[in-house]
Design a protein around this ligand. Structure first.
Ligand code: SF4
Length: 221
């Protein structure tokens, strides 16, 4: 089995056995709801977001509803998540932009999603994949850390400019079950291949460049 196939299979198996159960994975959400959820997940722990996000995205399930809502009310609803004025401004700007430019619907084209204010490469790809069911890789700090460690690719550059990492992420993406694969990568990064990796618990330890270099081929504990 080649290295890409091994990587893919291990990630999918890891997801089957260890997937984290979140509201946004259980429910069928619209692209707008997916994008708003991803904005909440930016720099906030997924477990914390999971406790609070459901009523918010159900109440503001369209850009129009979020546009009309008072800032103060939005702020009160997101403050239990530790979010404040900046995120309220971002929510209002996104909703206003989508309402004015796309008749309230998230466009079904990646460059246009990326052009929405406060939407970077990660949120755009996550919205395209999880909201539109499109086959694109999801590169964030977690998934890029795994790929760069396993394949010995330099990840110090800005992800947007890191063509080697983007190319490898694209090569690895399976034809089917790509959503589950992407979630599996995010889960492995959050649970195992952390900044201080738990290589002894990792399904990728055989063949991982980083692990063999730093643990001399032995499994790290
Ligand atoms: S073996 Fe270690 S470094 Fe390699 S992917 Fe797994 S946790 Fe990360």
């Amino acid at each position: 089995m080649n290295k890409n196939q091994y990587f893919r299979d291990r990630i999918k198996k890891f997801y089957d056995n260890n997937q984290r159960d979140f509201f946004w994975r259980r429910e069928k959400l619209s692209p707008f709801q997916v994008l708003i959820t991803e904005l909440f997940l930016k720099k906030t722990r997924a477990e914390t977001v999971d406790q609070r996000i459901e009523p918010f995205v159900k109440r503001y399930n369209t850009a129009g509803k979020l546009c009309k809502e008072q800032r103060g009310r939005i702020l009160r609803k997101i403050s239990p998540l530790g979010l404040g004025n900046q995120r309220t401004t971002a929510l209002k700007k996104i909703a206003g932009f989508v309402h004015e430019n796309f008749e309230g619907r998230i466009p079904n084209r990646l460059p246009e999603i990326e052009g929405i204010p406060h939407v970077g490469l990660y949120i755009a790809n996550a919205t395209f994949c999880f909201g539109f069911n499109k086959r694109v890789p999801i590169l964030d700090v977690n998934s890029s850390r795994i790929i760069s460690r396993f394949f010995d690719i330099d990840a110090r550059k800005d992800l947007r400019d890191n063509k080697a990492l983007q190319l490898k992420a694209g090569e690895l993406l399976p034809r089917k079950s790509f959503k589950e694969y992407n979630w599996g990568l995010l889960d492995l990064g959050a649970l195992v291949c952390k900044t201080r990796p738990l290589c002894g618990k990792c399904p990728l330890r055989k063949g991982c460049g980083y692990c063999s270099r730093y643990h001399h081929g032995k499994e790290a504990l």
